[in-house]
Design a protein around this ligand. Structure first.
Ligand code: IVH
Length: 664
């Protein structure tokens, strides 16, 4: 039995880790949010029931989140926790029974409010003034986005509370209308569309240019007061916040018991479609603050609250056609053209079918009725086919053998299931590659939309990324192109010019080497500092780097074996494009940490990777074993031989709290 549970836990951990990796390295969500949440809940449940199998490297021990080097980090005074999830009435009743058990016969009520699909934010006021706005980050350390948040008109900049520390938490979001407006504008400019209002809000909040934030009309619902000393209930604290000028959601309702909660959930769910903003569930909180400490917390969430998550909506419609498209790596994606259908608030006319095996496994046929689901992405997914009488008469679908754009033969590159166009002359591949190079997370060349790239490619001004930096040679021709004009050409050339000095990881990511996501590009750049040293690494050396792995190693090594790529890098060099890692100004230093060598051991409240990343961000080295060169041993519970060795060698031994004291 116990072996079985251990196996199940490992299986769930592996699944979630893989999804996380894909999400953080390749910005691809292999599963939809509700499946992710369900799997995570299953893991949390098993780990709660069988704590002997809970390890510090479990994905339940870290809150996902990535950092942008452009924003200062800020350690939250109180960690920003997440919420555990409920998917049905049974889960809600189990939650209620848990509360009952904790509180004995003490009276309690609930407060039920919409779960806004945005980004959580912590707002700190000092002596009436908005002092800082911090994102959640990984829950412990967030990013200081104060400049951008100051552009949100619905967030008061001054409040009628004079305390020297006043903190509220809430959700920054974009209304459905604003989202549509921004996306239509982006469409007109040929820019990549935001997948949903949450992504658009996240992209906006991390804008380096506050002016753009101002134009985008973000809003914020405030849902929690941290200084709750003067209040007895969550409801009364929200009323006070509303009085201070914060936007407090009007749908929040008090409920006397769990049946009352279920009624409110039904009522809010019925209004979901008509709301001006996206909600992805309902949050249920115990209303009386007095009970919070006795009900308690886990390391990830408070036990006095829970999020009821809406199931992903599924609709049936006719599949009119299947057509392939080519991405920047040459990967083929099959798409479904659908009879338009209303799904989760928008009209859907296309869905992804991923790859040929996906279609073959589900036996999808053109002309059949299919079930589609929104997976948190702009393009929904076909999940299954309806095999009715009509279906039997339809021809079996067969995969494309040739590239829809350049007609070269498609290939399968083992071990991947996808087909690829490998032709270097495929125009679609080239255009997509250039589009990636100029994108925000790469060189961030504003104004170079896909439409312009297509035009410049057609005119033979650009064929590879180095050509982008030569566009100034074509200035007079560019001005003559329709709709360009001198001013926009000047703007474009100056944004190309200012991208020449970006730190190496941006360029490395922008090259579009298969499997090299933002994180791998950053790890390689930070460790090896220059393009020249990365180019010289062998596949073995690459695969030995922590967090790189054999797939990325092979891909990087193969890329640098191609002569055309090397000559392109040489061209970049000759144009003085920066090919060195430049630590962001904000990279922190701490006299006691920077350049010191740390070893981490024992069971900590967060994963070792978390501490490793934290220490590296302060310029420390993190080694695997204790030696006389070790400056600190960060030791958690049940530390073993490393602790003994450190004691013997007189290495300074610190715990998590002491580390945070040093940092702060
Ligand atoms: S309460 C300790 N209330 O949902 C209290 N969260 O999945 C934690 N969220 O991180 C949050 N609407 O970003 C709360 N009305 C609401 C919310 C809400 C959205 C977000 C929040 C949180 C996430 C948890």
């Amino acid at each position: 039995m116990s072996e079985k549970i251990k196996l199940k836990i490992n299986e769930l951990k592996q699944k979630i880790n893989e999804w996380n990796l894909s999400y953080y390295e390749q910005q691809i969500s292999p599963v939809d949010d509700s499946e992710f949440d369900k799997t995570l809940s299953e893991l949390i449940l098993l780990e709660t029931e069988f704590p002997q199998y809970l390890t510090s490297d479990s994905p339940t021990q870290k809150v996902g989140g990535s950092f942008d080097l452009n924003f200062n980090k800020y350690t939250h005074k109180t960690p920003m926790l997440s919420l555990s999830n409920a998917f049905n009435e049974d889960d809600l009743k189990t939650f209620d029974n848990q509360i009952k058990k904790e509180l004995g016969n003490k009276k309690y009520t609930y407060f039920v409010e919409p779960k806004i699909d945005g980004l959580s934010i912590s707002l700190i006021y000092k002596n009436t003034k908005l002092h800082k706005a911090i994102t959640r980050g990984d829950g412990v350390v967030g990013e200081d986005v104060s400049q951008n948040v100051k552009m949100i008109t619905s967030i008061p900049k001054t409040i009628a509370d004079n305390s020297d520390y006043f903190e509220v938490r809430g959700e920054v979001y974009l209304s459905k209308n604003e989202f549509e407006r921004i996306n239509s504008e982006r469409f007109r400019q040929g820019e990549k569309l935001f997948a949903n209002p949450r992504n658009a809000a996240a992209g906006t909040l991390r804008q380096l240019d506050s002016q753009i934030v101002k134009e985008r009309n973000l809003d914020a619902w405030i849902y929690f007061l941290m200084n709750k000393e003067n209040f007895t209930t969550h409801q009364s604290s929200l009323e006070a916040l509303s009085g201070f000028g914060f936007m407090v959601n009007p749908l929040g309702t008090q409920a006397n018991d769990i049946n009352g909660v279920i009624e409110v959930i039904k009522s809010i769910s019925n209004q979901r479609e008509d709301l001006e903003y996206e909600i992805d569930g309902i949050v249920i909180k115990v209303n009386e603050f007095d009970h919070y400490d006795s009900i308690g917390y886990t390391s990830k969430f408070p036990k006095w609250a829970i999020a009821y998550k809406f199931p992903a909506e599924i609709k049936t419609t006719k599949l009119l056609d299947i057509f392939p498209t080519i991405g920047r790596t040459g990967k083929v994606t099959y798409n479904a053209k659908l009879k338009p259908v209303k799904l989760a608030g928008t009209t859907v006319g296309a869905a992804t079918l991923h790859n040929a095996s996906f279609i073959i496994d589900r036996e999808v046929r053109i002309g059949s009725d299919v079930r589609v689901k929104k997976a948190g992405d702009i393009i929904p997914e076909v999940i299954s086919v309806i095999k009715d009488e009509k279906y039997e008469t339809l021809p079996v679908w067969v995969e494309s053998t040739n590239c829809p754009d350049c007609n070269s033969e498609l290939q399968r590159i083992e071990p991947e299931v996808d087909q690829f166009c490998v032709s270097d002359n495929c125009v679609r591949r080239i255009i997509r590659g250039l589009e990636h190079f100029v994108s925000r997370d790469a060189q961030n060349i504003e104004g170079l939309s896909i439409k312009l790239i297509e035009k410049f490619h057609e005119k033979k001004y650009v064929n590879n990324v180095a050509d982008i930096f030569k566009l100034s040679n074509h200035k007079s021709e560019l001005i003559k192109l329709d709709k360009m004009g001198e001013r926009s050409v000047d703007n474009l050339l100056s944004s190309i010019d200012s991208s020449k000095n970006k730190s190496l990881e941006k360029l490395l990511f922008g090259l579009g080497i298969r499997h090299v996501g933002k994180k791998s590009a950053f790890i390689l750049s930070k460790k090896y500092r220059t393009m020249d040293s990365i180019m010289l690494l062998s596949e073995i050396e690459l695969s030995e780097i922590r967090d790189i792995g054999p797939t990325v190693a092979k891909s990087v090594c193969d890329w640098f074996k191609v002569e055309k790529n090397i000559s392109m890098i040489n061209e970049l060099k000759s144009m003085n494009i920066n090919l060195e890692y430049k630590p962001a100004m904000e990279e922190k230093t701490n006299e006691q940490i920077t350049h010191r060598t740390f070893v981490i051991t024992g069971t900590l409240s967060k994963s070792r990777n978390y501490y490793k990343d934290l220490l590296i961000s302060y310029g420390a080295n993190v080694a695997n074993s204790v030696s006389k060169n070790t400056d600190y041993l960060l030791a958690g519970e049940e530390a073993g031989s490393k602790l003994d060795k450190a004691t013997k060698l007189g290495v300074r031994i610190i715990n998590e709290e002491e580390l945070f004291n040093i940092i702060n």
